[in-house]
Design a protein around this ligand. Sequence first.
Ligand code: G4P
Length: 534
Amino acid sequence: MLDQSPNRPALPAEIARRRTFAIISHPDAGKTTLTEKFLLFGGAIQMAGQVRAKGEARRTRSDFMQMEKDRGISVSASAMSFDYGKFRFNLVDTPGHSDFSEDTYRTLTAVDAAVMVIDGAKGVESQTQKLFEVCRLRDLPILTFCNKMDREARETFEIIDEIQENLAIDVTPASWPIGMGREFIGCYDMLNDRLELMDRADRNRVAESIRIDGLDDPKMEQYVPPQLLEKLREEVEMARALLPALNPQSVLEGHMTPIWFGSAINSFGVKELMDGIGRYGPEPQPQSATPRQIAPEEDKVTGFVFKVQANMDPKHRDRVAFVRLASGHFMRGMKLTHVRSKKPMAITNPVLFLAADRELAEEAWAGDIIGIPNHGQLRIGDTLTEGEALKVTGIPSFAPELLQGVRAGDPMKAKHLEKALMQFAEEGAAKVFKPMIGSGFIVGVVGALQFEVLGSRIELEYGLPVRFEASQFTSARWVHGPREAVDKLVNANKQHIGYDHDGDVVYLTRLQWDIDRIVRDYPEITLSATKEMM
Ligand code: G4P
């Protein structure tokens, strides 16, 4: 067993013990169940509930929020913190619906690692693949949990091969399943030479762990039926010969993923995974920023907003900005500088999302996620510091892939609609463009389901029924260039021009041809598909 973490030395102990991560998976692979077991073993809830909403409804908003409703436990909609052994885990939610959204991407900018959950029968599914690719862009370390081994699953080698091939990452088995489906009895812990047996009788109980002296230990025969034991010995021998051994540094660099096998619903394999997150998962990492990078161990506090959630309480138009602390030791009541506006902000009522309860955060450390209630000053991408003019980078806004016009059902309510749309744009839930010519707004999203979510939220939170209608435009590009060149382009293409919620110029496109034409005719202009959030 490794007794020291392969992370960078010299982080203060409070920071070094933090593990901030998200779970990525395809719907139905078991993310919610696994989260629940994390909370159970993290002491945040007493009993994993069996209540769950069925169908799509539960996927349209945060799974955590739905859990709060379904199970009567108080969890935040976006982040949860709990202790596990000597570690403090900060688990950040990725939205559960199957449309890829920017929200998900930005969530992944706030974590240091991801746990990838796959279904043992289905392998790498489409949403997992997409999310994985986002993690890859940042070389995020990934730990893999292959779930539902209590059901008929694929052969272990086949699962590992599929991950290696589809995701182009080295896979090293941290455990090896013994049997599968009804015959599944547990796993051989390849890192610690232990036998972990599943308890089918009590789903919330931690399985028995038996220390053995290698696979040839006669004790194995007491617990593993002969035909399974023979297969296990063969497979483990092959795995050790053919698959790479665990290399902690390679895991931290995102080139290798250790895989644990288990059954979340039976609480099996979950603790081993949690131990793995502690031991091989990264400590809080440095954050890219201009004009310089931020290191977690710096004394001064810095943080950045990666998510804004409006209307958590529909009766008050409050907003909570979720801030990932990038450095330092934060204390409640601190005055931080809001770098974009250069104004000081006293953070008097920050919220720490301890899963057992939502608590006032008296203190927090680099790696933690705190919620700051505010009235709209804090936007996605904003940086907070103790005075230095740092700007966190790498939190992009994507060009939408689907555009529709939107109108209020009642034309008298156009002003209200504008307010609602601006709010959602600032929250990052959609792009909103005001066309230069004509009335109404154009809303842009990355996945079709976002229109539905937006429509129902506008109705629910603002009491405004809305109509979406087809738009001639299919995408949008932010326009950059010298002032004169931009003015020239705007004046000659008024029917294509719109303004986003920050007032920045966008070029609305119908076809790729539109873009090609601008590139050809306006050499000084760049059209950009992403915009750094300011
Ligand atoms: P998600 O958040 O990734 O969408 O998945 P979720 O945890 O909701 O799990 C999806 C389904 O898979 C659930 O069944 C859940 O009970 C089941 N499941 C999760 N882990 C395991 C496991 O280890 N083994 C088996 N056999 N099933 C597992 P459901 O039918 O949608 O809900 P329910 O009626 O079981 O509550």
